[in-house]
Design a protein around this ligand. Structure first.
Ligand SMILES: [Fe+2]
Ligand SMILES: [Fe+2]
Length: 465
């Protein structure tokens, strides 16, 4: 039987086509969770997987795929597999599974059907549903507010652990123990979401705090991607990503402390800058000696590689293909944290301004898909953003807006229209309060500057009336 082969996207799959290869997979195939491994192995018996290894791509039988592997393609799919022949409904389930582009063959004589009817647009939420969601949003916001204090303590503790880890590293004792126990605590306390808010309210330019903040924001962003694609963010995956984040700058242990802790801004071609830049290569070396996972090593090695690798800020020199999706997400997170964290030689940005800036850097610096994932995760108005509402009141965001209504977060009023701080606070869900809108983002560091952490203190003291 004569076949002709072609490349199609998931939307272009038609009944009767036979799938030969899956050539584009969604982000979460970059670090497989055990359930996805099972799924692949039971549905693609006899096929091969292209797995990204440190030394390059390798084609392996699907049965040899391991959790946390990065699968880039599935090839040699036996045409006898049920999943290989496109039947009605298959395209939708393929898309849901994160299979995005295919090599297919069309058997001679098979007449392709017309496109499957596009899915009906999501029904507009009825009032009941909006109310139900409102209750959920408010409950979550309250739970999160209760965790602020613990989160701030966890952040300090974790920063100390990272400091210990780097100090031990300086004397040649590298171990993951400090990172692992810090991560175990965070997972047990469930404080990562609240820590993300602390990061935006209490900037810090310390390397150690940077690693902690970056790590929790990164893990939360990754977990969000999984949840959005209908998967579970397991503890195992969260732990893996938190450790990758904690250790992404471990190579800084090879950079002299005076340089690391200096408040000076080094010239681009200075020897100090060169030493700082080498932290990526050092880090990768240290982590491979420790026997860490290749995806975690990739994060340490390539988190400063930009999409446009010719940019001066991009290092080390390497093709962007070598930068794994996990690392690309880490890279967006790293820049975001640097913006919201720095205090001494550059003033720090409030989270919403940092998001605006990331979007401006856009395509030259980042993988657009990762940037998009990241912004959806932190929100256009991240938690901890101070807003001036159309009522002239000031309110802190306590829960981000839904994707399709990015200007409708849940906020808590902390200051009335007369500029008086309130002692009892009202919670406003902008999804419900349709008449109220956001007037502008207020820089909370500028606005609350009586003490160093005044904005954090105000946020932490929110008392819902
Ligand atoms: Fe770095
Ligand atoms: Fe970093």
């Amino acid at each position: 039987m004569e076949h002709h082969q072609k490349t199609v996207t998931v939307q272009e799959l038609r009944s009767g086509m036979i799938i030969r290869e899956i050539i584009e997979l969604s982000f979460d195939y970059a670090t497989l969770d055990p359930k996805t491994v099972q799924f692949l192995q039971s549905n693609f018996k006899g096929a091969n997987a292209v797995v990204v290894k440190e030394a390059g791509r390798e084609s392996v039988p699907i049965g040899e795929v391991q959790p946390f592997d990065h699968v880039e393609a599935i090839t040699d799919i036996p045409s006898t597999l049920k999943i290989a022949t496109v039947a009605p409904g298959l395209a939708a389930s393929m898309e849901k599974r994160g299979f995005l582009a295919f090599k297919v063959s069309v058997p001679a004589g098979v007449k392709l059907e017309e496109a499957e009817a596009p899915q009906a647009p999501a029904v507009k939420l009825d009032k009941e549903a909006a109310k139900a969601q409102h209750v959920e949003r408010v409950t979550e916001a309250k739970e999160f507010l209760d965790k602020m204090e613990t989160a701030s303590e966890s952040r300090d503790e974790a920063s100390n652990r990272v400091k210990d880890m780097l100090d031990q590293g300086r004397s040649g004792n590298f171990s993951t123990q400090a990172a692992e126990s810090a991560v175990a605590d965070l997972i047990q306390e469930g404080t990562t979401a609240a820590m993300k808010a602390v990061a935006g309210l209490k900037g810090s330019d310390q390397t150690y705090t940077h690693c902690v903040d970056m790590s929790v924001i990164f893990q939360e962003a990754y977990a969000d991607i999984l949840i959005r694609s209908g998967k579970e963010a397991t503890e195992e995956v969260n732990r893996f990503n938190l450790i990758a984040g904690f250790m992404h700058d471990i190579g800084k242990s090879e950079v002299p402390k005076e340089i690391l802790e200096s408040t000076e801004r080094f010239a681009p071609d200075s020897k100090e800058m060169l030493m700082l830049r080498n932290h990526t290569t050092y880090g990768a070396k240290i982590m491979s000696e420790m026997g860490m996972h290749k995806a975690q090593i990739n994060v340490a090695h390539y988190h400063h590689v930009k999409k446009d690798t010719k940019l001066f800020t991009s290092y080390p020199e390497v093709s962007y293909d070598e930068v794994l999706p996990l690392t690309r997400l880490a890279s967006v997170t790293d820049v975001y944290q640097a913006l919201i964290g720095k205090r001494r030689y550059k003033r720090n940005w409030v989270p919403a301004k940092a998001v605006e800036y990331l979007l401006k850097l856009g395509d030259s610096e980042f993988d657009p898909r990762m940037l998009d994932h990241f912004v959806r995760s932190v929100g256009v108005y991240p938690v901890g953003t101070l807003l001036r509402l159309s009522t002239e009141e000031l309110a802190f965001v306590v829960r981000i807006a839904p994707d399709d209504r990015s200007d409708r977060p849940v906020a808590v009023v902390v200051e009335n229209a007369k500029g008086e701080l309130l002692t009892s606070n009202q919670l406003i869900d902008l999804m419900i309060e349709e008449d109220i809108s956001i007037k502008e983002i207020v820089d909370h560091y500028e606005h609350y500057n009586e003490t160093e952490n005044q904005s954090y203190e105000i946020f932490r003291s929110i008392k819902l009336g």
